[in-house]
Design a protein around this ligand. Structure first.
Ligand code: HEM
Length: 218
């Protein structure tokens, strides 16, 4: 197959906005105190230990994935699963949003539910029913970097700012776009001057995984 591409590092900045959009949209679940502050020294163990954050990122990538049309061109005639024949030269655009919202695979797919991750249901879902970074030899080469980066960036942002949806108007989404692109969604970022108490989980993670000098700081 030949490759048509809509992705790459240049689009990565736009993707970070997705997370901020989700934080503001579902603020009840995500304006949490992860225990991160200006003294936090990041280690891979610390960011990997933030298990709710991992679920939050996965669920954002499922419901609000920014990759809208990874495309492939068939080099030869072929039959794909389902029995569909693709003639050589046919362009296939994978509808990632439809795959990530298929009710045969995801229960209540329209619901933003980070806690669906780590359950039997998500563990046993069919291969390729979740592919925010596409799949195969031409999938995203930056996926590990992107995931590592966002798990540092988000807690740092949430520590400094409280994000909320601006206005009371119901959010409307572009009906002609393959993904759910909000048409009227604005985010207010308010600098924090006080913080909710860190969750018990956050304290435990900092104690367990943080570098020596940041342990027992709560
Ligand atoms: C949340 C962040 C990201 C998402 C969701 C994402 C998603 C994707 C997807 C779906 C593709 C396949 C596109 C296609 O087949 O048409 C792709 C390809 C690619 N991505 Fe990413 N990406 C992300 C971040 C990054 C970052 C941070 C980098 C670089 C540091 C990067 C570098 C690339 C490159 C170079 C390709 C082309 C690979 C190839 O054609 O062999 N991506 N990405």
């Amino acid at each position: 197959m030949r490759i048509r591409r809509e992705s790459g590092p240049a689009a990565a900045g736009a993707r970070r906005c997705r997370y901020v959009h989700v934080i503001a949209r579902y603020s009840a679940s995500s304006n949490q105190n992860t225990g991160v502050n200006e003294n936090t020294k990041w280690t891979p163990e610390l960011s990997d230990g933030l298990t709710f954050l991992d679920k939050f990122v996965k669920e954002t990538q499922r419901l609000h994935n920014p990759s809208f049309q990874p495309g492939r061109t068939a080099k030869v005639d072929c039959i794909v699963p389902g029995g569909y024949k693709l003639p050589a030269g046919a362009v296939v655009i994978c509808a990632l949003h439809a795959i990530h919202n298929n009710p045969k695979i995801w229960s209540n797919p329209g619901r933003f539910d980070p806690d669906r991750w780590g359950t039997e249901e998500t563990a046993s879902r069919p291969k390729n029913s979740y592919m925010p970074f596409a799949t195969g030899p031409r999938s995203c080469i930056g996926f590990n970097f992107a995931l590592g980066e966002v798990k540092v960036l988000l807690p740092e942002l949430v520590y400094r700012y409280e994000f909320s949806k601006e206005g009371e108007e119901a959010v409307t989404y572009d009906p002609e776009f393959q993904l759910i692109r909000p048409m009227n969604f604005y985010v207010r970022a308010k600098k924090r001057t006080s913080w909710p108490k860190p969750s018990e989980g956050a304290k435990r993670i900092a104690e367990e995984f943080g570098p020596d000098e940041q342990r027992h700081k709560f």
